[in-house]
Design a protein around this ligand. Structure first.
Ligand code: SF4
Ligand code: SF4
Length: 110
């Protein structure tokens, strides 16, 4: 996962358009992966759960590469006005894993 959004989020929406992987969704909206949509309670293909939020913006772990392959720094962290985009210690991935995820996402991007 690498990045998660905390409940400090003020729902400004600044991060969503900056994400090169379309990994950020507004609270209460369904997320998309490989042509399928998922809602509250759905597990990501990797089995990750608990990232969905009805109340604030959230990051889909299987779609976040920490911006590896696109930018030097996570764009959501750069633009967030309240610093609520943070590295998630529960979902640590090294650079090789993040770049492999980016390549896998490239293969299904449309
Ligand atoms: S770190 Fe990059 S890829 Fe991950 S959610 Fe933030 S903007 Fe999207
Ligand atoms: S930029 Fe920060 S405060 Fe704004 S929607 Fe994204 S996570 Fe929430």
């Amino acid at each position: 996962m690498a990045i998660k959004i905390t409940e400090e989020c003020i729902n400004c929406g600044a991060c969503e358009p900056e994400c090169p992987n379309n990994a950020i969704y507004e609270g209460g909206t369904q997320w998309e992966f490989n042509g399928q949509t998922f809602g509250e309670g759905a597990a990501a293909p990797s089995g990750a759960v608990g990232f969905y939020s009805n109340d604030f913006f959230y990051v889909v772990p299987d779609k976040c590469t920490e911006c590896k392959g696109f930018h030097d720094e996570p764009q959501c962290i750069d633009v967030c006005p309240v610093d609520c985009c943070i590295h998630d210690p529960a979902h640590v991935e090294d650079e090789a894993a993040l770049l492999a995820k980016k390549e896998a996402l490239d293969a299904i991007r449309n």
